[in-house]
Ligand binder design. Sequence first.
Ligand code: 13P
Ligand code: SF4
Length: 367
Amino acid sequence: MSIMEMLKQPSFALPEKYRKLETKEMEEKVRAIKRQLGDSLFIPGHHYQRDEVIQFADAVGDSLQLAQISARNKKAKNIVFCGVHFMAETADILTTAEQTVILPDMRAGCSMADMADIYQTETAWKELQGLFGDTMLPLTYVNSTAAIKAFVGRNGGATVTSSNAHEMVKWAFGKKERILFLPDQHLGRNTAFDLGVDLGEMAVWNPINNELEYEGDLSKVKVILWKGHCSVHENFIVQNIEYVRRTYPDMKIIVHPECTHEVVGLSDDNGSTKYIIEKIEEAEPGSAWAIGTEMNLVNRLIQQHSDKHIISLNPNMCPCLTMNRIDLPHLLWSLDTIIEGNEGNVIKVDEQTAHEAVLALDRMLNR
Ligand code: 13P
Ligand code: SF4
Protein backbone atom coordinates (compact mmCIF):
# COMPACT_ATOMS: atom_id res chain seq x y z
CA MET A 1 0.00 0.00 0.00
CA SER A 2 1.36 3.45 -0.90
CA ILE A 3 1.59 6.19 1.73
CA MET A 4 -1.20 8.07 -0.05
CA GLU A 5 -3.46 5.01 0.06
CA MET A 6 -2.54 4.44 3.70
CA LEU A 7 -3.45 8.02 4.61
CA LYS A 8 -6.86 7.64 2.96
CA GLN A 9 -7.69 4.76 5.30
CA PRO A 10 -10.33 5.88 7.80
CA SER A 11 -8.11 4.80 10.72
CA PHE A 12 -5.52 7.46 9.84
CA ALA A 13 -7.98 10.34 9.50
CA LEU A 14 -9.04 12.46 12.46
CA PRO A 15 -12.51 11.29 13.57
CA GLU A 16 -15.15 13.93 12.85
CA LYS A 17 -16.16 14.34 16.52
CA TYR A 18 -12.85 16.12 17.31
CA ARG A 19 -13.67 18.88 14.83
CA LYS A 20 -16.75 19.82 16.84
CA LEU A 21 -15.03 20.27 20.19
CA GLU A 22 -14.28 23.69 21.68
CA THR A 23 -10.64 24.53 22.38
CA LYS A 24 -11.24 24.81 26.12
CA GLU A 25 -12.90 21.41 26.24
CA MET A 26 -10.02 19.80 24.34
CA GLU A 27 -7.45 21.46 26.61
CA GLU A 28 -9.21 20.18 29.71
CA LYS A 29 -9.38 16.67 28.29
CA VAL A 30 -5.67 16.69 27.43
CA ARG A 31 -4.83 17.92 30.93
CA ALA A 32 -6.97 15.21 32.51
CA ILE A 33 -5.40 12.44 30.43
CA LYS A 34 -1.91 13.69 31.24
CA ARG A 35 -2.76 13.59 34.94
CA GLN A 36 -4.24 10.12 34.63
CA LEU A 37 -1.28 8.65 32.69
CA GLY A 38 1.45 10.36 34.70
CA ASP A 39 4.97 9.19 33.92
CA SER A 40 3.75 6.46 31.59
CA LEU A 41 3.09 9.19 29.03
CA PHE A 42 5.76 11.46 27.59
CA ILE A 43 5.14 14.27 25.10
CA PRO A 44 8.22 15.70 23.41
CA GLY A 45 7.64 18.76 21.19
CA HIS A 46 9.81 20.43 18.57
CA HIS A 47 10.21 24.22 18.75
CA TYR A 48 8.31 24.56 15.45
CA GLN A 49 5.11 23.14 16.89
CA ARG A 50 2.02 25.28 17.36
CA ASP A 51 1.47 26.98 20.75
CA GLU A 52 -1.76 25.02 21.25
CA VAL A 53 0.35 21.84 21.24
CA ILE A 54 3.60 23.02 22.77
CA GLN A 55 1.79 24.07 25.97
CA PHE A 56 1.34 20.35 26.72
CA ALA A 57 4.86 19.20 25.86
CA ASP A 58 6.87 17.59 28.68
CA ALA A 59 10.07 18.58 26.88
CA VAL A 60 10.63 21.11 24.14
CA GLY A 61 13.76 21.08 22.03
CA ASP A 62 15.46 21.07 18.66
CA SER A 63 16.15 17.89 16.73
CA LEU A 64 19.29 17.03 18.69
CA GLN A 65 17.78 17.68 22.10
CA LEU A 66 14.69 15.63 21.25
CA ALA A 67 16.82 12.70 20.07
CA GLN A 68 18.88 12.88 23.30
CA ILE A 69 15.75 13.13 25.44
CA SER A 70 14.16 10.15 23.65
CA ALA A 71 17.30 8.06 24.18
CA ARG A 72 17.29 8.85 27.91
CA ASN A 73 13.62 8.23 28.59
CA LYS A 74 13.14 4.58 29.52
CA LYS A 75 10.11 5.18 31.75
CA ALA A 76 7.29 6.25 29.46
CA LYS A 77 5.25 3.47 27.95
CA ASN A 78 3.74 5.84 25.39
CA ILE A 79 5.62 8.65 23.69
CA VAL A 80 3.34 11.00 21.79
CA PHE A 81 5.76 12.80 19.52
CA CYS A 82 4.80 16.32 18.57
CA GLY A 83 7.08 16.87 15.63
CA VAL A 84 7.45 15.27 12.23
CA HIS A 85 7.69 11.69 11.02
CA PHE A 86 11.50 11.34 10.96
CA MET A 87 11.72 12.60 14.56
CA ALA A 88 9.19 10.01 15.70
CA GLU A 89 11.13 7.32 13.84
CA THR A 90 14.31 8.41 15.60
CA ALA A 91 12.51 8.25 18.93
CA ASP A 92 11.30 4.74 18.13
CA ILE A 93 14.82 3.63 17.18
CA LEU A 94 16.29 5.03 20.40
CA THR A 95 13.66 3.71 22.81
CA THR A 96 13.02 0.19 24.04
CA ALA A 97 10.76 -2.42 22.46
CA GLU A 98 8.31 -1.93 25.35
CA GLN A 99 7.84 1.75 24.51
CA THR A 100 5.40 2.90 21.83
CA VAL A 101 5.91 6.04 19.77
CA ILE A 102 2.81 7.73 18.40
CA LEU A 103 2.69 10.54 15.83
CA PRO A 104 -0.59 12.44 16.28
CA ASP A 105 -1.01 12.97 12.54
CA MET A 106 0.59 10.57 10.05
CA ARG A 107 0.60 13.35 7.44
CA ALA A 108 3.23 15.23 9.46
CA GLY A 109 6.14 14.33 7.20
CA CYS A 110 9.11 16.45 6.15
CA SER A 111 9.48 17.44 2.50
CA MET A 112 13.26 17.53 2.88
CA ALA A 113 13.44 13.99 4.28
CA ASP A 114 11.32 12.84 1.33
CA MET A 115 13.92 14.21 -1.10
CA ALA A 116 16.24 11.25 -0.52
CA ASP A 117 14.75 7.80 -0.82
CA ILE A 118 16.75 4.67 -0.23
CA TYR A 119 16.68 3.50 -3.88
CA GLN A 120 18.02 6.83 -5.10
CA THR A 121 20.66 6.75 -2.39
CA GLU A 122 21.87 3.22 -3.15
CA THR A 123 22.06 4.13 -6.85
CA ALA A 124 23.96 7.32 -6.10
CA TRP A 125 26.40 5.51 -3.82
CA LYS A 126 27.23 2.98 -6.51
CA GLU A 127 27.77 5.70 -9.13
CA LEU A 128 29.85 7.80 -6.74
CA GLN A 129 31.98 4.84 -5.72
CA GLY A 130 32.68 4.36 -9.42
CA LEU A 131 33.97 7.95 -9.52
CA PHE A 132 35.67 8.25 -6.15
CA GLY A 133 36.31 4.67 -4.99
CA ASP A 134 36.37 4.00 -1.27
CA THR A 135 37.15 7.59 -0.27
CA MET A 136 33.71 8.74 0.93
CA LEU A 137 31.91 8.70 4.25
CA PRO A 138 28.15 9.32 4.25
CA LEU A 139 26.64 11.76 6.73
CA THR A 140 22.94 12.33 6.96
CA TYR A 141 21.05 15.16 8.56
CA VAL A 142 18.61 13.62 11.03
CA ASN A 143 15.93 15.05 8.75
CA SER A 144 15.95 11.82 6.77
CA THR A 145 14.09 8.54 6.79
CA ALA A 146 15.14 5.62 8.98
CA ALA A 147 16.16 3.77 5.81
CA ILE A 148 18.67 6.52 4.94
CA LYS A 149 20.02 6.51 8.50
CA ALA A 150 20.44 2.73 8.20
CA PHE A 151 22.29 3.17 4.89
CA VAL A 152 24.62 5.67 6.55
CA GLY A 153 25.05 3.42 9.59
CA ARG A 154 26.09 0.37 7.58
CA ASN A 155 28.54 2.43 5.57
CA GLY A 156 30.42 3.72 8.61
CA GLY A 157 28.83 7.18 8.70
CA ALA A 158 26.77 9.13 11.20
CA THR A 159 23.77 11.37 11.58
CA VAL A 160 24.14 15.10 12.18
CA THR A 161 21.81 17.84 13.33
CA SER A 162 22.08 21.55 12.74
CA SER A 163 23.43 21.84 16.32
CA ASN A 164 26.44 19.58 15.78
CA ALA A 165 27.00 19.66 12.01
CA HIS A 166 30.44 21.33 12.32
CA GLU A 167 31.66 18.76 14.83
CA MET A 168 30.32 15.85 12.78
CA VAL A 169 31.75 17.07 9.47
CA LYS A 170 35.15 17.46 11.16
CA TRP A 171 34.78 13.94 12.57
CA ALA A 172 33.96 12.57 9.12
CA PHE A 173 37.01 14.25 7.54
CA GLY A 174 39.13 12.53 10.17
CA LYS A 175 37.96 9.22 8.71
CA LYS A 176 37.74 9.71 4.96
CA GLU A 177 38.85 12.10 2.25
CA ARG A 178 35.34 12.93 1.07
CA ILE A 179 31.84 13.28 2.49
CA LEU A 180 28.49 12.53 0.94
CA PHE A 181 26.10 14.83 2.82
CA LEU A 182 22.38 13.95 2.72
CA PRO A 183 19.75 15.26 2.17
CA ASP A 184 20.11 19.04 2.77
CA GLN A 185 22.54 20.64 0.35
CA HIS A 186 22.35 23.96 2.21
CA LEU A 187 23.28 22.71 5.67
CA GLY A 188 26.05 20.66 4.05
CA ARG A 189 27.37 23.57 2.00
CA ASN A 190 27.16 26.13 4.82
CA THR A 191 28.87 23.81 7.29
CA ALA A 192 31.66 22.68 4.97
CA PHE A 193 32.28 26.30 3.89
CA ASP A 194 32.61 27.40 7.53
CA LEU A 195 35.19 24.65 7.98
CA GLY A 196 37.29 25.97 5.12
CA VAL A 197 36.09 23.85 2.20
CA ASP A 198 35.98 26.00 -0.92
CA LEU A 199 32.72 26.11 -2.91
CA GLY A 200 34.77 24.82 -5.86
CA GLU A 201 35.52 21.67 -3.86
CA MET A 202 31.83 20.86 -3.47
CA ALA A 203 29.84 18.88 -6.02
CA VAL A 204 26.09 18.34 -6.04
CA TRP A 205 24.45 14.97 -6.58
CA ASN A 206 21.19 15.34 -8.50
CA PRO A 207 19.02 12.34 -7.56
CA ILE A 208 16.40 13.09 -10.21
CA ASN A 209 18.82 12.99 -13.16
CA ASN A 210 21.20 10.61 -11.40
CA GLU A 211 24.17 12.78 -12.12
CA LEU A 212 26.95 14.67 -10.42
CA GLU A 213 26.77 18.41 -11.01
CA TYR A 214 30.38 19.56 -11.06
CA GLU A 215 32.62 21.26 -13.53
CA GLY A 216 36.32 20.70 -13.11
CA ASP A 217 38.81 18.22 -11.84
CA LEU A 218 37.00 15.50 -9.84
CA SER A 219 40.06 14.85 -7.69
CA LYS A 220 39.40 18.27 -6.07
CA VAL A 221 35.94 17.30 -4.79
CA LYS A 222 35.79 17.05 -0.99
CA VAL A 223 32.06 17.24 -0.36
CA ILE A 224 29.21 15.79 -2.38
CA LEU A 225 25.96 17.51 -1.49
CA TRP A 226 22.67 15.75 -2.02
CA LYS A 227 20.36 18.06 -3.97
CA GLY A 228 17.68 18.39 -1.30
CA HIS A 229 16.43 21.40 0.61
CA CYS A 230 13.92 22.60 3.18
CA SER A 231 10.92 24.16 1.49
CA VAL A 232 10.42 26.43 4.52
CA HIS A 233 13.94 27.81 4.86
CA GLU A 234 14.46 28.23 1.11
CA ASN A 235 11.71 30.87 1.30
CA PHE A 236 14.11 33.30 2.93
CA ILE A 237 15.73 35.06 0.04
CA VAL A 238 18.36 37.71 -0.65
CA GLN A 239 15.64 40.34 -1.32
CA ASN A 240 14.38 39.83 2.27
CA ILE A 241 17.85 40.64 3.56
CA GLU A 242 18.14 43.70 1.32
CA TYR A 243 14.76 44.94 2.53
CA VAL A 244 15.74 44.59 6.21
CA ARG A 245 19.11 46.27 5.65
CA ARG A 246 17.37 49.21 3.93
CA THR A 247 14.51 49.53 6.37
CA TYR A 248 16.15 48.74 9.70
CA PRO A 249 19.88 49.50 9.38
CA ASP A 250 20.58 48.56 13.02
CA MET A 251 18.75 45.27 12.92
CA LYS A 252 20.74 42.02 13.23
CA ILE A 253 19.79 39.17 10.91
CA ILE A 254 20.05 35.62 12.22
CA VAL A 255 19.05 32.60 10.13
CA HIS A 256 18.97 28.81 10.25
CA PRO A 257 21.71 27.05 8.22
CA GLU A 258 19.01 25.31 6.15
CA CYS A 259 18.79 28.68 4.35
CA THR A 260 20.76 29.07 1.11
CA HIS A 261 24.46 29.89 1.18
CA GLU A 262 23.76 33.38 -0.21
CA VAL A 263 21.27 34.15 2.56
CA VAL A 264 23.53 32.74 5.28
CA GLY A 265 26.48 34.68 3.86
CA LEU A 266 24.59 37.98 3.92
CA SER A 267 23.21 37.44 7.43
CA ASP A 268 24.97 38.49 10.64
CA ASP A 269 24.74 35.10 12.26
CA ASN A 270 23.37 31.62 11.71
CA GLY A 271 22.77 28.53 13.76
CA SER A 272 20.40 25.79 14.79
CA THR A 273 17.01 26.39 16.31
CA LYS A 274 18.53 26.11 19.80
CA TYR A 275 21.31 28.55 18.88
CA ILE A 276 18.82 31.12 17.57
CA ILE A 277 16.74 30.87 20.74
CA GLU A 278 19.79 31.30 22.97
CA LYS A 279 21.03 34.29 20.96
CA ILE A 280 17.68 36.05 21.34
CA GLU A 281 17.54 35.22 25.05
CA GLU A 282 21.02 36.68 25.58
CA ALA A 283 20.40 39.77 23.44
CA GLU A 284 20.29 43.26 25.01
CA PRO A 285 16.83 44.69 25.70
CA GLY A 286 16.02 47.14 22.90
CA SER A 287 18.06 45.22 20.32
CA ALA A 288 16.46 44.47 16.96
CA TRP A 289 16.42 41.10 15.18
CA ALA A 290 15.16 39.66 11.91
CA ILE A 291 14.94 35.89 12.21
CA GLY A 292 15.01 33.48 9.31
CA THR A 293 13.38 30.33 10.57
CA GLU A 294 9.99 28.69 11.02
CA MET A 295 6.98 30.85 11.81
CA ASN A 296 5.72 29.26 15.02
CA LEU A 297 9.11 29.67 16.65
CA VAL A 298 9.55 33.26 15.44
CA ASN A 299 6.08 34.18 16.69
CA ARG A 300 6.86 32.61 20.06
CA LEU A 301 10.12 34.54 20.34
CA ILE A 302 8.28 37.76 19.45
CA GLN A 303 5.78 37.10 22.27
CA GLN A 304 8.40 36.05 24.83
CA HIS A 305 10.74 38.98 24.18
CA SER A 306 8.57 42.06 24.06
CA ASP A 307 11.60 44.09 25.23
CA LYS A 308 13.27 43.41 21.86
CA HIS A 309 12.20 44.32 18.35
CA ILE A 310 11.86 40.99 16.55
CA ILE A 311 10.46 40.34 13.09
CA SER A 312 10.49 37.45 10.66
CA LEU A 313 13.05 37.89 7.90
CA ASN A 314 10.27 37.07 5.44
CA PRO A 315 7.27 39.35 6.05
CA ASN A 316 4.98 36.68 4.58
CA MET A 317 6.30 34.28 7.24
CA CYS A 318 7.16 30.70 6.54
CA PRO A 319 5.24 28.03 8.39
CA CYS A 320 6.26 24.41 8.14
CA LEU A 321 2.96 23.01 6.91
CA THR A 322 3.74 19.48 8.01
CA MET A 323 4.78 20.53 11.53
CA ASN A 324 1.52 22.48 11.66
CA ARG A 325 -0.52 19.37 11.00
CA ILE A 326 -0.07 18.40 14.63
CA ASP A 327 -2.81 20.43 16.26
CA LEU A 328 -4.83 20.19 19.45
CA PRO A 329 -7.55 17.88 18.00
CA HIS A 330 -4.90 15.43 16.74
CA LEU A 331 -3.06 15.54 20.07
CA LEU A 332 -6.27 14.80 21.96
CA TRP A 333 -7.20 12.03 19.53
CA SER A 334 -3.85 10.31 20.01
CA LEU A 335 -4.17 10.52 23.79
CA ASP A 336 -7.70 9.10 23.60
CA THR A 337 -6.44 6.11 21.62
CA ILE A 338 -4.02 5.34 24.47
CA ILE A 339 -6.77 5.57 27.09
CA GLU A 340 -9.12 3.43 25.00
CA GLY A 341 -6.38 0.89 24.31
CA ASN A 342 -6.83 1.30 20.56
CA GLU A 343 -4.10 1.13 17.96
CA GLY A 344 -3.13 4.76 17.31
CA ASN A 345 -0.78 6.24 14.75
CA VAL A 346 2.11 4.10 15.90
CA ILE A 347 5.54 4.67 14.36
CA LYS A 348 7.47 1.43 14.17
CA VAL A 349 10.79 1.06 12.42
CA ASP A 350 11.54 -2.53 11.44
CA GLU A 351 14.26 -4.29 13.42
CA GLN A 352 16.94 -4.54 10.73
CA THR A 353 16.56 -0.87 9.74
CA ALA A 354 16.58 0.21 13.37
CA HIS A 355 19.67 -1.89 14.09
CA GLU A 356 21.67 -0.16 11.33
CA ALA A 357 20.18 3.30 11.89
CA VAL A 358 21.17 3.21 15.55
CA LEU A 359 24.81 2.81 14.50
CA ALA A 360 24.60 6.18 12.73
CA LEU A 361 22.70 7.80 15.60
CA ASP A 362 25.06 6.42 18.26
CA ARG A 363 28.13 7.73 16.41
CA MET A 364 26.55 11.16 16.84
CA LEU A 365 25.07 10.82 20.32
CA ASN A 366 28.05 9.11 21.93
CA ARG A 367 30.61 11.68 20.88
P1 13P B 1 16.83 21.82 14.22
O1 13P B 1 15.81 21.40 15.19
O2 13P B 1 18.00 20.88 14.19
O3 13P B 1 17.25 23.24 14.33
O4 13P B 1 16.20 21.63 12.75
C1 13P B 1 15.23 22.43 12.27
C2 13P B 1 14.29 21.69 11.45
O5 13P B 1 14.04 22.01 10.33
C3 13P B 1 13.63 20.57 12.02
O6 13P B 1 12.94 19.95 11.05
FE1 SF4 C 1 11.30 19.48 7.18
FE2 SF4 C 1 11.88 22.05 6.77
FE3 SF4 C 1 9.64 21.39 8.05
FE4 SF4 C 1 12.02 21.04 9.23
S1 SF4 C 1 11.10 22.97 8.65
S2 SF4 C 1 10.32 19.60 9.19
S3 SF4 C 1 13.28 20.49 7.45
S4 SF4 C 1 10.14 20.91 5.90
